[in-house]
Write a protein that binds this ligand. Structure first.
Ligand SMILES: [Zn+2]
Length: 280
């Protein structure tokens, strides 16, 4: 997979560096540099963890699924790639929407949203745990007969497509935006304006948002970030803060519920004993 991952990483890095250099000279006041620095640290750490742990985990998982199914889709079929791109786009939509609505997954995905600035570095501001579960949403592809290699390529394709849409200056051509995700479409997704919350989950195309009613056009200026801002540039607090908060609250609610559960268990065992006595 290095032959896929290497060029993608170089392309990502080139895009990020080029934008930062241009904005340093022409729009220095328009960038939150501390935020961008935090994004780069978070992104590099995510890259390291992905290459050392998560990529192996996802490839092993997809290989097991591929071994379990009798189905096979050959790369040479003309329809195999368009279908794979459509499926990877749908997998991304489902992964993304679920990540916004399930509290533990949101505590991971919200890292990507907690920046109040918006540039290419936002694209790599990804929790170090995203790839630990993200690949599960692509399991249907190897189960349908796509090889782990093909699954990896289309999995990475969404991420590659997502990089340049984190932009305030790349145009969003009207006809193109009827079908494909544009910077304008994705800016809405990063907005904390009330009408923009939980909208525009699409990765490559906008068709799933339009089909499932989560599409929203950019019709007012975007205020970036999340309703409860993290107010920190510390990468560890950005990545682990909300996750730690969620775990603490879960633990507290478990402890709170424990006496009630114990009471219910005692009542149940007392009832069983009474029944045994009567039956006896
Ligand atoms: Zn999101």
């Amino acid at each position: 997979m290095d032959h896929i991952n290497g060029p993608l990483s170089i392309l990502f890095t080139g895009l990020v560096c080029a934008e930062l250099i241009v904005r340093w000279f022409f729009d220095r006041e328009g960038v939150d540099w501390k935020d961008s620095a935090a994004n780069i640290v978070i992104g590099c750490t995510d890259k390291f963890l992905t290459l050392t742990i998560w990529l192996m985990l996802m490839y092993a998982g997809w290989s097991v699924c591929y071994a379990l199914t009798p189905l096979r889709i050959e790369m040479s079929n003309w329809w195999a790639w368009p279908l794979a791109i459509l499926l990877t786009d749908l997998s991304y939509y489902v992964y993304h929407r679920v990540s916004h609505h399930l509290r533990p997954l949101w505590s991971i995905h919200s890292v990507h949203h907690s920046s109040q600035d918006y540039n290419f570095t936002t694209a790599i501001r990804l929790s170090w745990f995203s790839n630990a579960y993200r690949w599960l949403f692509w399991v249907p592809l190897p189960l349908m007969g796509y090889s782990p290699e093909m699954t990896t390529i289309v999995f990475m394709l969404v991420r590659l497509y997502q990089a340049p849409v984190h932009s305030t200056w790349i145009p969003s051509p009207p006809v193109y935006s009827w079908v494909f995700v544009t910077p304008s479409f994705h800016r809405v997704h990063h907005g904390r304006n009330e009408k923009y919350l939980n909208k525009n989950f699409g990765g490559i195309t906008v068709i799933w948002d339009k089909l499932f009613g989560t599409y929203q056009a950019e019709d007012e200026p975007v205020r970036y970030g999340i309703p409860n801002p993290v107010n920190t540039y510390n990468p560890f607090r950005i990545v682990l803060g909300d996750l730690w908060e969620w775990m603490k609250r879960k633990r507290a609610s478990e402890l709170q519920n424990r006496p009630a559960e114990q009471v219910a268990e005692r009542l149940q065992s007392a009832e069983n004993e009474t029944l045994t006595i009567h039956e006896g």
